[in-house]
Structures are given as C-alpha cells and as structure tokens.
Design a protein around this ligand. Structure first.
Ligand SMILES: [Zn+2]
Ligand SMILES: [Zn+2]
Length: 276
C-alpha cells in the first residue's frame, strides 16, 4: 500500500451534474478526484462525486485522516461537501484547504454560506470529525504529510481558482482545472504545475470553436491541453471537466481525435483509476 500513487475519477463533468442515458459511460457527477499516496488520501474538489467517494472511504476505513483541496468554490466543485461521510465521524481528522478566497473571504465562511438557510437545513457545525479550514497563499507549496508535497498556482478563472501538483515518491500528478487560456500564450502556472508530470488532468470543457465564442468563461480545450503537455514534457494527458451537454458518443469522438493527435491521451471517465 505504501507505494501506491494513483488517481481515481469520481466526477468528471463541469458546471452541473448530468445524469441520464446519454452520459452514462463517462459519468454525470461534477468534479471530484481521489489521489492515493500510500495510506493517505488527497481529494481535489467536492463536486457531486464526493458523496460516493466519502462512502467508499468510510466503508474501507480509509477516512481517518483526509485532506481535501478546493480548486475553487463554484457550485460544481463545492456542492458535495455537506454529503462527505468522513466529516461526520468523530474519530476522523478532515482538513479542507483553499487558496482562492483570500483575502476577502475564508473557506470556512464559504462553507457556512453553502450550509445555511435557505440553501441548506443545517450549518457545518453538524460535522463531528476534527474539521479544519485552511486558507493558504496561492503559490505556496504545502505538505499535508511529510512525504507528500502539494505545489499550488493560480489559474485563469472568474473569481480565481487554484491548480495543484501532488508529488509523491518522485512522481507527480497535476490537476489543472478550471482555467482559460490565451491563444498563443501558454499559461505559466499551467506549465509550472505540468512540468515533467506523470499525469496531467486538464480542463477541456470547450471545443476550439466553443472557446473562440467564450474566451473569458474560464475554461479551455483539449487542443491547448496537448500544447501545454508537450511543452511541459508531461506524460499522460487526461482531458476533464466535460461540458454537461456532451453525450457519450460526442466524447468518444473527442477522445479519438485527441488520442490521434497525442497518443496516450485519456478522456476522463467516472470510476476510472490511473496508477503510477
Ligand atoms: Zn467547474
Ligand atoms: Zn468555476
């Protein structure tokens, strides 16, 4: 177990959950990824995929100490938070981390806002675990455990977002969502996080044509993901944050096109695990 370094996708859909027959194969839950570093669990984002992940961690007894990092607190990345089972077990330690809210707000205040009348029936005080909210300075390198390094960098997203690079046992997994790009000007933060990474998860919500119509919506394309991954000499590119209206068949077509341009490129599917 000590050597395991893997990523599992619990939600790959952007903006809003999209259940139904046309999204079944790639999945309809909103962003949540589990990164396993030996016996420790790092979670990035609390989309609707967080609920089944929390249930699994509790069932397997892997919930005693959990660190959950937020890219940001837009609803698709936040709404699963009250349904995170490990936060309700008094024998657990749960740390929530965010870098995009300083200095105007705190993560705890955002959580209190989400879990307050008339949006939610009970406040975060119902959590029974030893819960802490940590607001860090974006750009900092964090160390949730002595052998785990989490590098952070600011992304290009309305209201700000944070990208992450988790390093463990000499390998690296980067999660770079939600972010826009400027055509022809590779994003320095994205490159920093992706440099020589083994796995890069990248916001590919838009096609190039959709991006051209919405360059300021804070999302990018798989084509830009390929350009960045090449420049950063990253290994496996995983395209992520699928548009909620994209059907499985459309995603199959995108997956084939992206893998033809950069062999080995993966289109994220809910339930899939990639191990290093
Ligand atoms: Zn999003
Ligand atoms: Zn967002």
């Amino acid at each position: 177990m000590g050597d395991v370094f893997s990523i599992t996708f619990w939600g790959v859909r952007g903006s809003i959950a999209a259940p139904g027959p046309t999204t079944q194969r790639y999945g309809g839950n909103t962003p949540c990824v589990e990164i396993t570093c030996g016996d420790r669990t790092i979670i990035i984002d609390a989309g609707t995929g967080l609920r089944p992940l929390g249930g699994k961690l509790a069932a397997e007894g892997r919930n005693k100490e959990v660190d959950l990092f937020f890219t940001h607190t837009h609803m698709d990345h936040f709404v699963g938070l009250p349904f995170f089972a490990p936060a309700y077990d008094p024998s657990n330690v749960v740390r929530f981390w965010a870098g995009h809210l300083k200095p105007e707000r705190t993560l705890e205040s955002a959580c209190r806002h989400l879990m307050s009348d008339p949006l939610f029936p009970v406040p975060p005080d119902v959590f029974q675990a030893d819960v802490s909210f940590i607001d860090f300075d974006v750009g900092a390198t964090l160390s949730p455990a002595p052998d785990i390094k989490v590098v952070t960098a600011p992304l290009d997203h309305p209201g700000r977002a944070t990208g992450y690079r988790v390093e463990y046992q000499g390998k690296a997994i980067a999660v770079v969502t939600d972010t826009a790009h400027v055509p022809g000007k590779p994003n320095a933060s994205a490159l920093k996080l992706m440099r020589n990474a083994d796995i890069v998860v990248y916001d590919a919500m838009f096609t190039e044509a959709e991006f051209a119509a919405r360059p300021d919506w804070g999302h990018s394309t798989w084509n830009e993901g390929v350009r960045l991954a090449e420049q950063a000499k990253a290994k496996t590119l995983v395209i992520f944050h699928h548009d909620p209206s994209r059907t499985d068949d459309q995603l199959d077509a995108i997956a084939a096109e992206a893998a033809a341009v950069r062999p080995g490129t993966i289109t994220a599917r809910e339930g899939e695990t990639l191990a290093l």
